[in-house]
Design a protein around this ligand. Structure first.
Ligand code: NAD
Length: 509
C-alpha cells in the first residue's frame, strides 16, 4: 500500500482536522502542521491544529460526556473497550503501516505497538469487573467502613512521537473503563496516527448504547495546545509522556492549579553484565535494547556497565553483531534500524558524540548513513562509546542510538554507577549468580521503576505497572494497579445503629 491509500483507508482527510470532538471534526484555529515522513521526508498530509479556545471547547465537551459516562456500570464500559480491541485487531496491519510511515518504525515494531494497544484493551476489559475497594473494620459499633472507587473526570493525555499510539491506548483503555473520557494532544510530529486511532474508536462509540459522543477528543498542536490542555479546570488528571523538560513544565503548571499529574519522562537506562552472564543471551538483549527503534525508546539501553573480565569479549561481539544489521527503509523486510525522527535528532546525536570525544570517549560506529537508504531521511549508524562513568555526557538522555560502555570490578560499584544519574526508568542485570540477581532487585539494588534480570531494558509487557523514578517523573501506567490513577477514592462510613459514637472515644453531646 502507498502512503495515500494507507491514510485514506484510515479515514484521514486532506487536510486533516485539528480539533475532533467525538464525531465533529474541525480544522481548528491554530496554525497548520505539515507532516513529513521520517523515511524520506515526503509530505504526508497537512493537518489543522487547536487554538487555546478550541482546546477549551474540547475539554468542556469531554466534561459533559463525563457526567453521563460516569453513571454507566463499569463492566458495560469495559464492553466498549473490548469492542475497540476487536476493531484494532481488524486494522492492525493498516495502523501499523501508518506508524511506520509517520514515526519510521520497522514493520514488526510498528505492529507490535498496535498489539500492545490490543493487549491493554483486553487487560482493561477484565479490569472493568475488578475495580475493587476495601471493606475495613470500623472501631465503632454498628458502623461499616468501606472504600469506593469512582470515576475521576476527563483525562488529558499528552504524548511523545516515539510511541505515537501505544501510550494513548494505555491511558485510554484504562480511563474509559474507569468512567473517564479522554482529551488527547498527540505529538505535533505524529498527529496522523492520532487521527486514525480516534476514527477507529469512534466506530465503536457511535454504535454503542449509552456512550456519549465526546468520550474521545483530539486537540492537535504543539506545546501551546499542550499548555492550554494542562490549564483546563475540566481535566482533573494530566497524563504526560515526553522529555524531562516537558514534564518539569507540565508538572509545575498542573501543581499550580492543584491538579493531578502522571508523568512518564525520559530515561537513561543501564544494563550490568557480570562475569557469570550468559554472553549469548546478553548480546541479543543488548543489541535490541541499544539499537532497536534507532535508539528512540524511553527504555533504550544508554549505558552498559560491564565487568572488567568480560568487557573486551562483549564489546567485540556486540560490534560484530551491530555491523551485520541492515539500516534503511523500515518498510523493507530485512531492515532492523529505520530513520531518526528528524534532522534535529541527528544533530543531537552528532553533538553528544563530539562531547563524548572531548570527555575522553573512544567511539565505535556513529555517523550518517547515506547509501542504500531513502534520500531525505536521517539514517545513522549506532554508536558505542567506551567512556568513564564520570563523564558528564552520560548523565543526559540523547534520543538516538548511542550506547556508553563503562567497566567495573565489584557489583556494588556497578550498581552505584547505574544509580548515579538523575533519571530512573529501566535497568537490567545479566548474571547466572542468584545472589547478584537478588541484590540487584533488592532495596539496595537498582533504583529504577523497572529492574530486569537476564532480559534487556526495553520491550515491557502491559501487565506490569510501567514508569520510572527520580526525573523520569514517578508515574505508573498500564498494568497492575495503575488504574487507581484514573479514579478517585471515597471512604464511606455508614452508621446502621441508633447512637452516634465518636471515633477515638471522644465524648461530646
Ligand atoms: P517532547 O517532550 O518534545 O514532547 C512530548 C509532548 O509534550 C509533545 O506532545 C509536545 O507537544 C508536548 N509538550 C512539550 N512541551 C510542552 C509544554 N510545555 N506543555 C505541554 N505540552 C508540551 O518529547 P518527544 O521528543 O516527543 O519524545 C521523546 C521523549 O519522550 C524522550 O525523552 C523519551 O524518553 C520520552 N518518553 C518517555 C516515555 C515513558 O514512558 N517514560 C515514553 C515515551 C517517550
Amino acid at each position: 500500500m502507498n502512503s495515500s491509500s494507507i491514510l485514506n483507508s484510515l479515514g484521514i482527510s486532506d487536510p486533516g482536522p485539528g480539533l475532533l470532538i467525538g464525531s465533529s471534526e474541525n480544522i481548528g484555529e491554530g496554525p497548520r502542521l505539515e507532516i513529513h515522513s521520517p523515511i524520506d521526508g515526503s509530505l504526508l498530509r497537512s493537518v489543522g491544529s487547536s487554538s487555546p479556545a478550541d482546546v477549551a471547547r474540547g475539554c468542556e465537551a469531554a466534561h459533559d460526556a463525563f457526567l453521563s459516562w460516569r453513571m454507566i456500570p463499569a463492566p458495560h464500559r469495559g464492553e466498549l473497550v473490548r469492542q475497540f480491541g476487536q476493531v484494532l485487531r481488524e486494522h492492525k496491519e493498516q495502523l501499523g503501516a501508518l506508524v511506520t510511515l509517520e514515526a519510521g518504525k520497522i514493520r514488526s515494531e510498528a505492529e507490535g505497538e498496535v498489539q500492545e494497544m490490543i493487549d491493554v484493551c483486553d487487560f482493561a476489559t477484565g479490569l472493568s469487573r475488578q475495580l475493587y475497594g476495601l471493606t475495613i473494620q470500623s472501631e465503632r459499633p454498628e458502623h461499616r467502613l468501606m472504600e469506593q472507587w469512582h470515576p475521576l473526570g476527563p483525562v488529558g493525555i499528552i504524548s511523545a512521537f516515539n510511541f505515537p499510539v501505544a501510550v494513548w491506548s494505555w491511558n485510554t483503555a484504562l480511563a474509559l473503563v474507569c468512567g473517564d473520557p479522554v482529551v488527547w494532544k498527540p505529538s505535533e510530529k505524529t498527529p496522523l496516527t492520532a487521527l486514525a486511532c480516534h476514527h477507529l474508536l469512534m466506530r465503536v462509540i457511535r454504535d454503542f448504547d449509552d456512550a456519549p459522543d465526546a468520550l474521545s477528543v483530539i486537540v492537535n498542536g504543539d506545546s501551546e495546545a499542550g499548555k492550554a490542555l494542562v490549564d483546563s479546570p475540566h481535566l482533573p488528571l494530566i497524563s504526560a509522556t515526553g522529555s524531562i523538560a516537558m514534564g518539569r513544565a507540565v508538572g509545575q503548571r498542573v501543581a499550580a492549579r492543584l491538579g493531578r499529574s502522571l508523568l512518564e519522562l525520559g530515561g537513561n537506562n543501564a544494563l550490568i553484565v557480570t562475569p557469570s552472564a550468559n554472553l549469548d543471551l546478553a548480546v541479543k538483549a543488548i543489541t535490541f535494547a541499544a539499537v532497536g527503534t534507532a535508539g528512540q525508546r524511553c527504555t533504550t539501553l544508554r549505558r552498559l556497565i560491564v565487568h572488567r573480565s568480560v568487557k573486551k569479549e562483549l564489546v567485540s561481539r556486540l560490534l560484530s553483531a551491530w555491523a551485520s544489521i541492515r539500516i534503511g527503509d523500515p518498510r523493507e523486510d530485512d531492515v532492523l534500524i529505520g530513520p531518526l525522527i528528524d534532522q534535529a535528532a541527528s544533530e543531537a546525536m552528532e553533538h553528544a558524540l563530539s562531547l563524548a570525544v572531548k570527555q575522553g570517549g573512544k567511539i565505535h560506529g556513529g555517523g550518517r548513513v547515506t547509501s542504500n537508504v531513502p534520500a531525505g531521511g536521517f539514517y545513522v549508524n549506532p554508536a558505542m562509546v567506551e567512556i568513564s562513568a564520570d563523564a558528564s555526557v552520560v548523565q543526559t538522555e540523547t534520543f538516538a542510538p548511542i550506547c556508553y560502555v563503562h567497566e567495573y570490578d565489584q557489583l556494588e560499584e556497578a550498581i552505584k554507577i547505574q544509580n548515579e544519574v538523575p533519571q530512573g526508568l529501566s535497568s537490567a542485570i545479566f548474571t547466572d549468580n542468584v545472589q547478584e540477581a537478588e541484590i540487584f532487585c533488592s532495596p539496595a539494588g537498582s533504583d529504577c521503576g523497572i529492574a530486569n534480570v537476564n532480559i534487556g531494558t526495553s520491550g515491557a509487557e502491559i501487565g506490569g505497572a510501567f514508569g520510572g523514578e527520580k526525573e523520569t517523573g514517578g508515574g505508573r501506567e498500564s498494568g497492575s494497579d495503575s488504574w487507581k490513577n484514573y479514579m478517585r477514592r471515597a471512604t464511606n462510613t455508614v452508621n446502621y445503629g441508633t447512637d452516634i459514637p465518636l471515633a477515638q472515644g471522644v465524648e461530646f453531646i
